[in-house]
Write a protein of this length. Sequence first.
Length: 573
Amino acid sequence: MRIGFLVIAIALSVLGARLVQLQGLDPNSYAQMAAAEGTTEVELPAERGDILDRNGRPLADSVAGMMVWADPELTDEHAADIAAFLYKKLDVDYVSTLAKLREHQVDGSDVRFEYIARRVPATLATEVVEEAERLDYEGLGTRRDPLRSYPAGDVAANLVGFIGTDEPLAGMERTFDTLLSGTDGSERYEVGGGNRIPLGESTITEPVNGADLHTTIDQDLQWFAQRAVRQAVEAARADSGFAVVMDSRTGELLAVADDPTYDANDPAGADKPDLGSRALQGVYEPGSVQKVLTVSSLIDQGLVTPRTQIVVPPALNRDGRVIHDWFGHGTIHMTLTGAIAQSSNIGTVLAADRFKQGQLYDYLRAFGLGQRTDIGVRGETKGLLPPLNSWTSQLEDRIDFGQSLSVNGVQMAAAINTIANGGVRVSPSLIDGTATTDSGQQVGTDHTTRKRVVSAKAARDTALMMERVVDPEVGVAPGAAVPGYRVAGKTGTAQRVGEECGCYDGSFTVSFAGFAPADDPRFTIYVVVQNPRNGGGGGSVAGPVFSKIMSYTLRRYGVPPTGTRPSRLPVEW
């Protein structure tokens, strides 16, 4: 018994002596060791905020990932072999990695921590370090480093964008980077003898994770719209296409679908023109969809009615230039409704002769043309509405039916939606609530604006005229009809300006814009296809895409038919 007590006493004595050494007799020993070896500061990455659709489903999120790091003091001996190993396993640059693996100093202190690879899948990072240990390569380690993932693949990739190794490179990832990225933290600690000093100085600044970004996009609708556009582009052997789906009442964008697009998880595999949104960053002449704006403005001024009678000749000579319709005909006695239903350039121009100088220009500005929508997409174009002092009679004639001016897709969708919304333009939104871009601009549904452009009566009369466009008896786009629903719409077929010649080169932009139910609008959809090679126009190429997407949208949101009779406005007199 006495021997047992003696052993315990000796053990306690040894431990006590060591404790005294650490706490009292040798308080500076670890500090001296640290001074000899230095300190290491390590970044503690913040977790990036998610980009979510309107239902909270992730379009971009962060998953488990790791960084691979190195201690140059330990890797120096086999630096060349380790650099070759890491190049093979992680596809990192050999030369720059080799420099990191060799002993070096910064500001006179030995560097004990170097990033080798960031945002590596956790499984891969662990496997690489474990294999290095089996090869007796010392000095490699891993730390938590969240990895960006795009679970929906190509769905809304044209809007969401992607990030590179160290920074966001496109889309919302870049535009809202400050919001999403948060603030990285850091840990600073003392090292000695190649290891962290257990009781050395240690300072931690915790990371602040990024905030989530809530969008107005409906992921399922976006998926459907992208597939519908893709089918049309492929069937028409076209260059590209897009569709915009807007809530008629709120201006919220439920889908902005581009094709071709790309998988946000593999942006390197995409062509550069496919990485952005053509619906926002591209410009083109809208063609006859523009007639909706021209005619509603005429009605708002009290200059015409849907029944206004127009004598439409086979061709119209205007100041030495001849205006034709897309179809050959003799002299026709059309109503203004007929000019819209048949998409007559001549009929529209003759009606627009009633405008006074500058009136149409003022209306087009009020509809939002020539101005960015500023919804938070970097690189958005504002289109081109020629300044009023450049308008000649010939220029105004062409603008009447949608040539000699340019738009982007969302801009034009918002203009057509003004008619759906009873004559009040509601600004489009892509962000739910409010968010601040990296340029300091606040965007989102909290900042929606409303402006009356035409009277409610002018909007209602225009909608009744647009219904005749999809009428199988008199309209040019029966393929845009949605069974069971009243649909108001308008086709567009515009000549395109070639990049090489700077002239109309024989290619076309074809489109269809409309809303439903026509007498109680819930959704506005605009479909554009660039350079179809099958000879089709807006009614045959874009119209059926509109029908598919509108039918899906109405069903998805449970919108019932109104049960009222469609417009029967006369098209001839």
